[in-house]
Design a protein around this ligand. Structure first.
Ligand SMILES: CC(C)(COP(=O)(O)OP(=O)(O)OC[C@H]1O[C@@H](n2cnc3c(N)ncnc32)[C@H](O)[C@@H]1OP(=O)(O)O)[C@@H](O)C(=O)NCCC(=O)NCCS
Length: 149
């Protein structure tokens, strides 16, 4: 079945976070809803979702920081993997970023995610000679804008 790609809408939220869970992209210290909120609020970011019929089967988050384009949360429902959906979502993200002037697309792959690394290499991405450093600006437990209830 053909995948239809469009911008995220609020009605997609529950299915989108479930997709990210199913694809192993969430972490206990990071509420994915906060990531959705920040992408929706940012002018230079978007979330694209892919639908097969009425099922949300794919996603990609893209953002332009003024220097590079970045991609996060690329996910294809496990039952729909291996049919070109990941490639299509990356092409859509690349078009979105290129139309905003980003000269280069970069992304991070978690150590051990060899499947994703091979996927990106088959799309022409090259491993960069850099090490990524990070530092919390707020304690992880303080970053969530959603209070547990
Ligand atoms: C990575 C992911 C998005 C790929 O999606 P997909 O729809 O299965 O990929 P596609 O079918 O579009 O594959 C595109 C190309 O990558 C290749 N490819 C995909 N997975 C591969 C693998 N594990 N090893 C080698 N090549 C692979 C395909 O053969 C295909 O090549 P072709 O077009 O020349 O035939 C999907 O596996 C996924 O959601 N993984 C879990 C979440 C994740 O890890 N996301 C990335 C975070 S950095």
């Amino acid at each position: 079945m053909t995948m239809h790609v469009r911008d995220f809408r609020e009605a997609d939220r529950r299915a989108l976070t479930a997709l990210w869970e199913a694809c192993g992209l969430t972490r206990p210290w990071n509420d994915p809803n906060d990531d959705i909120d920040r992408a929706v609020a940012a002018r230079e970011a978007t979330i694209l979702v892919g639908y097969c019929g009425d099922q949300l089967t794919g996603s990609v988050m893209a953002g332009h920081d003024g220097h590079r384009g970045w991609v996060y949360y690329l996910a294809v429902d496990p039952a729909h993997q291996g049919r070109g959906a990941g490639r299509e979502l990356m092409e859509e993200a690349g078009l979105w970023l290129a139309s905003r002037g980003a000269p280069k697309l970069e992304l991070m792959v978690r150590d051990g995610n060899d499947k994703a690394a091979k996927f990106y290499e088959s799309l022409g991405f090259e491993r960069q000679q850099v090490t990524v450093y990070g530092k919390w600006l707020k304690a992880p437990s303080e970053t969530s804008t959603r209070k547990a209830s």
